[in-house]
Structure formats: C-alpha cells, structure tokens
Design a binder for this molecule. Sequence first.
Ligand code: NAP
Length: 292
Amino acid sequence: MLIAGCGDLGGRIAGRAQARKEEVVCLVRSAASAQRLDGRGLDARAQDLDSDIVLDDKSQRQAQVFYFAPPPAQGVDDPRMGRLLDALDTRPRRIVYVSTTGVYGDCRGERVDETRPPNPQVDRARRRFDAEQRLLRWRDTHAGEVVILRVAGIYGPDKLPLQRLRDRVPMIAEVDAPWTNRIHIDDLVRVAEAAMARGIDGEVYNVSDGSPGNMRDYFDRIADAFDLPRAPEITLADAGDRLSPGMLSYLAESRRLDNRKMLDTFGLALTYPDLASGLQACVDVMRTESVD
Ligand SMILES: NC(=O)c1ccc[n+]([C@@H]2O[C@H](COP(=O)([O-])OP(=O)(O)OC[C@H]3O[C@@H](n4cnc5c(N)ncnc54)[C@H](OP(=O)(O)O)[C@@H]3O)[C@@H](O)[C@H]2O)c1
C-alpha cells in the first residue's frame, strides 16, 4: 500500500500492514517525519505534495492508496490532491480518502446521513469538498476506485485537548453548544482498513461513533476523566473575543451524524461506540505510558 500523508492515522495503518508483512510506502512532507518512520522499519519518503511529485516504481506499483494529507491552510481547493492524482500512473488501484464532516456545513443539529447534499460554508470545508470532487473525477477518467470517508472529530491518547484545559481556555455554556461527533482513533484505523477491503467504489461514508454529544459536554468529560478543572464558562456573545477563529468556526456548525451506512457496509462493531468507553480507554493507555 501507499500512504500519502503518513502521520498519526497513517502510521498506525502502516504498522499493522508491516506486522502482516505487506509492502508499505509512506509519503510525508518533512525529512524528520520520514526519518521517524524509517526508524520503525518503514519505507518512508519526504515528498512535499506542494511541489512537483515524482513517484518511483515501488510507489507506483501499490494498488491500495490511503490519502491522509490535509489540504493547504489557505484557499478553496486542494491542489495537493491534484498533484498526487496526476503523478499516479494508470494501473488499477483503489484510493481511500479521509475527508471531514465539515463538507455538510451547518445542519442546525439535524441528523445527517450521506444523502444530504454537501454545503461547505467555510474555506476549510470547501478545500475538503474540492479534494472529494477531484477524486471522483479521477475515478471517472482513470477507471480507478474511490471510497470517501467523512470523518468526525478524531480523539485518542495524545489527541485530547488537555493542554487547552490546563491553560483554562474558556468554552461556551451547554445551552449554546452545538452538536458534535467523534470517533476514537483505534476505531478509525479499523474503519479505514475496512473501507479499503469492503467499501463500495464511488461511495461516501460518514465515520463517527454514532453517539453525538455537545461541544461543552466533550470538554467537561475530558476534564473529569483527567482530574482537571472544567473550562471556564462564557456566553456565545463573549466567544468572539475569547476563542480562536478555528474553534469559532466549529461552534458555528451543528450536526448529528448517522453512521449506519458505515456499520452496515463494513460489518464492523466499534470498540468505542461512545465517548465514555473511548475516554476510559485513553485514561488507561496514558496511565500505563506514564508508569512505563
Ligand atoms: N483531527 C481531526 O479531528 C480530523 C477529523 C477529520 C479528518 N481529519 C484529517 O484526517 C487526516 C489524518 O489525520 P492524522 O491525525 O493522521 O494527521 P497528521 O498526524 O497531522 O498527519 C498528516 C500527515 O500529512 C503529511 N503532510 C502534511 N502536509 C503535507 C504535504 N504538503 N505534503 C506531503 N505530506 C504532507 C504530514 O507530513 P509531516 O509529518 O512531514 O508534516 C503527515 O504525515 C488528516 O488529513 C486530518 O486533517 C482530522
């Protein structure tokens, strides 16, 4: 397999493939990340998708491609995706892409399944939608297969806003807080592998644990689980001055994701179907790590 954007998620999938003795090529942006993966016995190349891409024979012969690199930080399109697609030769292959649920835009707290038309309202989501569209055009013209995963907020050990809580950054009150959706990183790994193995070509799948919560509750539960003080409460009216533009853009959108298509097609039972079970697992892992 070829993993473009082999960071946290990709590194986990690469490690599992390595254990199965499968051939894996990892693409990352920086030499430092490539070195880290090399240190794990993986075959990694620093290949910045913002520059011209040359793929060697080993990269080209991989029939399975995971694309996990984010779009650039600016603009409304994803030229990185375009460059990788242009660099791939024409042999048959399947690409699994991790997009985001942001492509749906604000849904005023409604339940959202994959039949809902995308309505990206911020540039971050427009870039993701552009990447999806580029992939589907590539599928039409290259006879390749594409599976798109619209992934909710990823959490897991070392993927929690603990520093934010320690820094006492405020959060809005529950009454103002939008619906949010989460997926534990371990479950996402299995979902991405299942998408490669069993996802239907050309289809889009929502990926979440199926237990939407609200943003305030998310921060409170993490604080409680890690014995940290809960974030100071502010009103929505004060949030504009106190929270980052990124956080404000998340707070402006509210959705409850329907994950049934993913569960039905992939035949998966999630290990962490709600935040309570997933957070407990994070606490256990992080406690063990700190003892080691
Ligand atoms: N966090 C969330 O809640 C969430 C939700 C939905 C989707 N996602 C998306 O899911 C994907 C996987 O997440 P993750 O946690 O594995 O991300 P991650 O750990 O940040 O890894 C991103 C990878 O992309 C590489 N990359 C970035 N820019 C690149 C470029 N210009 N050229 C080549 N490679 C580049 C990075 O390489 P370097 O290490 O060398 O920089 C890194 O290997 C990401 O696209 C993320 O945005 C995240």
